[in-house]
Design a protein around this ligand. Structure first.
Ligand code: TYD
Ligand code: MG
Length: 424
């Protein structure tokens, strides 16, 4: 529990009361001038935002510490500054020197890029008014504070008040503002979650530090698509976009190994191929263990039960491990069939043909159910050179002749059928 003290009626509300009263306008008479988009020079990132940064919009970039938020923002800052836009980067978390060191690494040296090491809001506002930047970056929202509020920087009341202030600042002056927010361990308190309703766009930065790649996902976007992703790779000179993610995820794959299946999965609007791996080994203990990395553990338990009951695999005496190579998290039912086949392949110790991709949802009756957006999945498989696809039979109808010519499609109705086809 945290005590939250509401701020005294601030000047903001007074000002709102005295300025002119707005009038209802017919929707078709609304003027939309001044609604411009700025390109960041990162084409994939622009696509994620719906075609560039909308001027005057407020964007929240959330993510774990160390994932690369400051790096990405500096790179974007540099790209925008080079176009002649004034960019103010408020680095509250680090000194100007530290940030400039990082800027050197990512080659951000534009003369329009200003760094400001400040955490007190009133000071930041003074500088914003004086400099009148086109872009404002606040790194991070949890470190800036208002002295009038009693809570410590990063507390719910401070974070919320700061976000509201930056919203007014950005709307009033037409400044595109990026707020960087740390996701706390639980992802909730005082983190970006409490701000989602205030901002226009919420971007989540994911990826673990062991793997070089990072994913930026749009969770909310008033000006573009949601649930879309961009894949970045962290290099020595900063982040670079990966325009063909499948290559990364299949990079370290070894062919003809039992327990490995390729799944065309969807991340937002894009299909990418990932490798699902399973290992089934005799259990040394009375209770066997089941572990899942990257796939849902409950879903795994369900699929194992289906395999036991419908296919007759005696899996209870075996430990089962399933993981998604590369560390991606998959959360769609289309992965079911791939997981089932990976387990079967490892259990039978027979590899699945390395040129085959698999997708489909598995029901409790062992039936293979249809899934959505299969054309983009199949296209990606063809694009990556795969020549065979095991998929739900119901899906076959919807596939164009043109695609059918390029890949051999094998429709299955039941899990048993799929196993038979795959392990032949
Ligand atoms: P950082 O942007 O500071 O993360 P955040 O702001 O989200 O806390 O950087 C994260 C990591 O990235 C850091 O451990 C060092 C690494 N890094 C590189 O590998 N290459 C680079 O060019 C830069 C700038 C950072
Ligand atoms: Mg940082």
């Amino acid at each position: 529990m945290e005590e939250v003290e509401l701020p005294k009626v601030s000047a903001r509300f007074d000002a709102a009361a005295t300025t002119q009263i707005s009038q209802p306008v017919r929707v078709r008479e609304v003027k939309r001038e001044g609604f411009k988009r700025l390109l960041t020079g990162l084409p994939e990132f622009d696509r994620l935002l719906g075609g560039g940064i909308v001027t005057g919009s407020l964007i929240l970039l959330g993510g774990d510490p160390g994932v690369g938020k400051s790096t990405l923002m500096l790179q974007i800052a540099q790209a925008l500054a080079q176009q002649g836009l004034i960019v103010l980067y408020v680095c509250g978390e680090e000194s100007v020197e530290q940030t400039s060191l990082r800027a050197e690494r990512v080659q951000a040296s534009s003369e329009n890029l200003y760094l400001l090491s400040e955490t007190l809001y009133s000071h930041i506002k003074q500088h914003v008014d004086r400099l009148n930047p086109d872009i404002l970056i606040v790194d991070s929202i949890q470190i800036v504070y208002k002295s009038e509020l009693s809570g410590a920087p990063g507390s719910v009341s401070q974070v919320r008040e700061m976000a509201t202030e930056f919203m007014h600042l950005s709307k009033r002056n037409g400044i595109s503002t990026f707020l960087i927010g740390h996701v706390t361990k639980s992802g909730e308190i005082a983190g970006p979650r409490v701000l989602e309703h205030i901002v226009d766009t919420v971007l989540d930065f994911e990826g673990d530090r062991q793997h070089g790649y990072r994913i930026v996902r749009s969770v909310k976007n008033r000006f573009g698509p949601t649930d879309d992703i961009v894949l970045f790779q962290m290099n020595r000179g900063g982040l670079s976009e990966v325009s063909n993610p499948s290559i990364i995820f299949l990079e370290e794959r070894t062919n003809e190994v039992a327990g490995s299946v390729i799944l065309p999965t969807l991340e937002g609007s894009r299909a990418l191929l990932v490798e699902i791996q399973a290992l089934v080994s005799a259990s040394a203990f009375a209770t066997s263990s089941r572990r899942a990395t990257g796939v849902n553990a409950n879903r795994l338990a369900l699929l194992l039960a289906v395999l036991e009951k419908r296919v007759g695999y005696q899996l209870h005496r075996f430990d089962v491990f399933v993981s998604v190579a590369g560390g991606l998290k998959i959360n769609e039912p289309a992965s079911d069939l791939a997981v089932v086949l990976a387990i079967s392949s490892s259990f039978a110790n027979k590899p699945i043909d390395s040129q085959t991709v698999v997708f489909g949802e598995v029901g409790l009756g062992g039936e293979v159910r249809g899934i959505i957006r299969l054309e983009s999945r199949i296209k990606e498989a063809i694009h990556m050179g795969f020549n065979r696809c095991i998929l739900p039979k119901k899906c076959l109808k919807g596939i164009s002749q043109e695609l059918q010519k390029k890949i051999s499609l094998i429709g299955v109705d039941f899990v048993e059928e799929a196993i038979e086809v795959a392990l032949k």
